[in-house]
Ligand binder design. Structure first.
Ligand SMILES: Cc1cc2nc3c(=O)[nH]c(=O)nc-3n(C[C@H](O)[C@H](O)[C@H](O)COP(=O)(O)OP(=O)(O)OC[C@H]3O[C@@H](n4cnc5c(N)ncnc54)[C@H](O)[C@@H]3O)c2cc1C
Length: 324
């Protein structure tokens, strides 16, 4: 058993995804305690450059055409071989579509414990601890790392992505992937979802509404705010499921990932499936009447207030400022 912390780097279409940097930041925290190294595991093809800005002691790079883009079979086969050989103290994967797919398979194949939806990791009194945000973000479950290798799927919000980036290129070691033939799944084509009436993934100002909006009629007021800010409305999944807005406006795991300059979240709790789509926002402001809403953990600014007390006067003030 080694003391190293593995981080499985997620990338899509030639871009390292933000969650990878969050995980590297978390891994450094753990490695400080274990005395091991932070090792980034990069699976890809002709993709060495993806490692250039990773803040890690070392990169282990497995290069194979079958690893060019994520497929569950190929990633699982590669990671089963690597984790079996190296036996790290912990393996961090994203709590994302990719990470969840692989982590559960890895846990089953290697009979390793798995903590999912992990928000934070820490150490005290000689042991390592995790905090997992379960039940859609409503319960924080804390526990000690068990002995042996622990798998964790990490949520954004507990660590700053900038702490996982480095201006120095890390040491990179090539490793041979296991045989990757006879895979059941291969990528034929990457299809972008249709943009719909508005492509929210390209909009710089987004006013996002959640179940706190209470009824469809209140959309009118939110639309006034969006108009005043020259922004567009988007929503959490329940609003789309209720048929109040079209699917093209849904943000999150089942919807679009957005990267606006401003994401103003009104009455959205901050469930992991929603957060997954908004971590690339430049500025995230949350308005929620519940001070314990998980959205406040990742928002740069937050207002613990009834959204209806705010929206109307905000519209008035913006209009006034514009008029002035
Ligand atoms: C496989 C899967 C995929 C999913 N994909 C997505 C996805 O893509 N996108 C997504 O959004 N969800 C997705 N979900 C659902 C997700 O788990 C949550 O249920 C959903 O995000 C919750 O939406 P919400 O925050 O609007 O509602 P809630 O969780 O009900 O939160 C409503 C919030 O409004 C606040 N509130 C109430 N009244 C007011 C008021 N007057 N003023 C201010 N605040 C108020 C409450 O305090 C609360 O925090 C998915 C779930 C699963 C299982």
């Amino acid at each position: 058993m080694k003391h190293d912390i593995f981080v499985v780097i997620e990338h899509l279409q030639g871009q390292v995804l933000e969650i990878s940097y969050v995980m590297l930041a978390a891994a450094h925290k753990l490695a400080e305690k274990t005395g091991g190294e932070v090792i980034a595991i990069l699976l890809g093809h002709d993709g060495r450059a993806l490692a250039d800005d990773l803040a890690t002691d070392r990169v282990i790079y497995l290069d194979h055409p079958a690893l060019a883009e994520f497929t569950p079979d190929a990633y699982l086969a590669a990671l089963v071989a690597l984790v079996t050989a190296e036996r790290p103290r912990a393996v961090l994967l994203g709590h994302t579509s990719i990470g969840m797919d692989v982590a559960s398979g890895l846990s089953a194949r290697l009979a390793l414990p798995l903590v999912s939806q992990c928000k934070s990791v820490a150490s005290s009194n000689g042991s390592l601890q995790f905090t997992s945000q379960i039940c859609g973000g409503k319960i924080m479950a804390e526990g000690d790392f068990p002995e042996g290798t622990l798998l964790l799927t990490m949520l954004p919000g507990g660590f700053k992505p900038e702490d996982g980036r480095s201006s120095e290129r890390p040491e990179l070691m090539m490793a041979d992937p296991p045989p990757l033939e006879d895979l059941r799944v291969s990528l034929l084509q990457y299809i972008e979802p249709e943009a719909g009436d508005v492509d929210i993934s390209e909009e710089p100002i987004l006013i996002a509404v959640g179940r706190g909006m209470q009824n469809e009629d209140n959309l009118e007021l939110v639309q006034e705010l969006a108009d005043a800010l020259d922004g567009e409305i988007c929503a959490s999944r329940p609003i789309v499921d209720l048929g109040w807005l079209p699917t093209s406006r849904m943000v999150g795991k089942s919807g679009r990932s957005v990267k606006p300059k401003l994401y103003l979240a009104l009455g959205i709790s901050g469930a992991p499936e929603h957060i997954e789509g908004i971590t690339d926002s430049d500025l995230l402001i949350a308005v929620n009447s519940d001070p314990a809403a998980p959205i406040f953990d990742i928002a740069q600014f937050g207002a613990e207030i009834d959204m209806f007390d705010l929206v109307e006067s905000l519209v008035e003030q913006i209009e006034e400022a514009k008029g002035g």
